[in-house]
Design a protein around this ligand. Sequence first.
Ligand SMILES: [Zn+2]
Length: 180
Amino acid sequence: MSGKGRLVLYVGPMFAGKSSHLIKAASAHERVLALKPGFDTRDGAELVSRDGSHFAARSVRRWPSHSEDYSHIVLDEVQFMVSPHYEGDIVAELQSARLRGATVTVGGLDSDYRQEPFEIVSRLMQFADEIIHLEARCHVCNQPAQWTAKTHETGHLLETGDQELYEARCDEHWCLPEVP
Ligand SMILES: [Zn+2]
């Protein structure tokens, strides 16, 4: 395999269906290496979407060996692949896979619950051949939502959770969590 590959990046808030798109991309190919951060232990060794689809994935804390055996790499929740939860530079590793000719499909949150960009995702955007911005539905008004809000402050910036901890919010309804 040689020649320039392709990096496709799905970004948006939580509950925007990113995992569903990644699973569709993974299912459409053979020789797929699906990865998720070892930090995210919610669904075991699978990519799982809220619409019920799933795909076997490896939870990793460093770049796997033999990745060059795969022509398609799918990776979810890339915002968690940072020190101390990940050993290495995931942006450089994905770029290297793309340059050797792999198709790389990545999903992640573009901003945290404070509306601050995740630096790792911003860096990936510079290399992406295609960026797909997904929207969720605002938990308050059901209009398109681009932000993730936290329902209560826990003191952790990187924290996995579901509807008990996070909600999608529109511009008007986004707010910082109340500090107890
Ligand atoms: Zn709203």
